[in-house]
Design a protein around this ligand. Sequence first.
Ligand SMILES: Cc1ncc(COP(=O)(O)O)c(C=O)c1O
Length: 485
Amino acid sequence: MAAQAVSVGTALGAREWSGLRPADPFKAAPAAARADTQIGVSKKGRVVQMTISVEKKQFTTKKSEETFAAAKELMPGGVNSPVRAFKSVGGQPIVFDRVKGSKAWDIDGNQYVDYVGSWGPAIVGACDEQVNEELIRTLQKGTSFGAPCVLENVLAQMVIDAVPSIEMVRFVNSGTEACMGMLRLARAYTGREKILKFEGCYHGHADSFLVKAGSGVATLGLPDSPGVPSSSTASTLTAAYNDLEAVKEIFAKYKGQIAAVVLEPVVGNAGFIVPRQEFLQGLRDLTKEDGACLVFDEVMTGFRISYGGAQQHFGITPDITTLGKIIGGGLPVGAYGGKREIMQMVAPAGPMYQAGTLSGNPLAMTAGIHTLRRLQQPGAYEHLDRVTGKLVQGILQAGRDAGHEICGGHISGMFGFFFCAGPVHNFEDAKKSDTAKFAAFFRGMLERGVYLAPSQFEAGFTSLAHSDEDIEFTIAAAKDVLKSL
Ligand SMILES: Cc1ncc(COP(=O)(O)O)c(C=O)c1O
């Protein structure tokens, strides 16, 4: 059936500025039964809200294209975060209308099995009923107090109970903010300035970390960002991931000067790359010996690789950990935590200043608490591991059967694959992937109803809502696309 075109746009179109008429989310009819929503057109004739198709059979992205064309006039590159713009895979991004469980729908009415999950937070499935119900209850008491609330204690206790390295925690509003706080803390605690990070690892967009960062920086081929003063990165040392010898040399050269070694304990921002156990152990030993902090940036891997994060999975306990994504259950959140002795440096307990108007707000705390509660249910991580393993094996097999060089892997609900023979141990290896082939694969999958991360240098995510049926559908689509490449 063609898109139902019950457009309120006609009623609004003639007005100078129609504005938006957001539906009351709590009174709205179930998404699938809803008639199309409205259009809004700005003074300059730009589409600021689009008629949304709710049912269709043919893959068309006309409405997404129109909306994105308008967005490009309103926001740099049409987006509020670079990788969303599909630059590395070509074509235009699709514009989302709604998400539920393992699925996403765009404004043209196309349905996708979603392996992005809002870049990680949607681990229990998108738009989860239980989490939503709790959010509504909290919402009715106010969205932000700027004062202590009990929910902060609840989530803090849950994080402390779960993550081996965390004895105290500070909540912030994003992963970037968590990494900024963590860096200041490591420097304050050690009285040193230098940090060591790894090529292809992303720790948010703060100045000091925008050196050989992966993710969008890699995707866009930007070596560094203009606007970052050289003084901000002068203290940032880099090494190849999984290269313990290089780290040893750096420690020998800068003995007693390194505040922190910061890494993604499983890389997700250069594609999916697994650490060698001896690499993690070596970093733990070297930092301990030198008096530097070992920091695991678990913004992506926290509560995903296991309930206690990558540190629990690999049995290596860092000094400081950063978190984000999942602990906010889809609302903006971040956190850094570690040993009590280190965290007591943070204001107002100690002299290291860091603050935030919306930090620890009741909404984000609620979404985090109820997301973690769902993850505590027996079988949660077994499910993630099983469906993700089946997915990756299916895609790799389909690739090999079609004669492509392909390698990849997964841990729990995080996965990735590269179009090269592999193995991939670091960013240099990852860059050997045939990115043009990835782009063609990505577009083919999109057309067949599978939404993958729009970059070779990003990991994929599954959720508790991903079913065997979703995985089989995805593998069938992959077989079809890979045969055609
Ligand atoms: C490992 C890691 N650290 C930090 C960040 C930054 O988090 P945010 O995008 O919430 O600022 C990300 C984002 O993807 C990340 O993957």
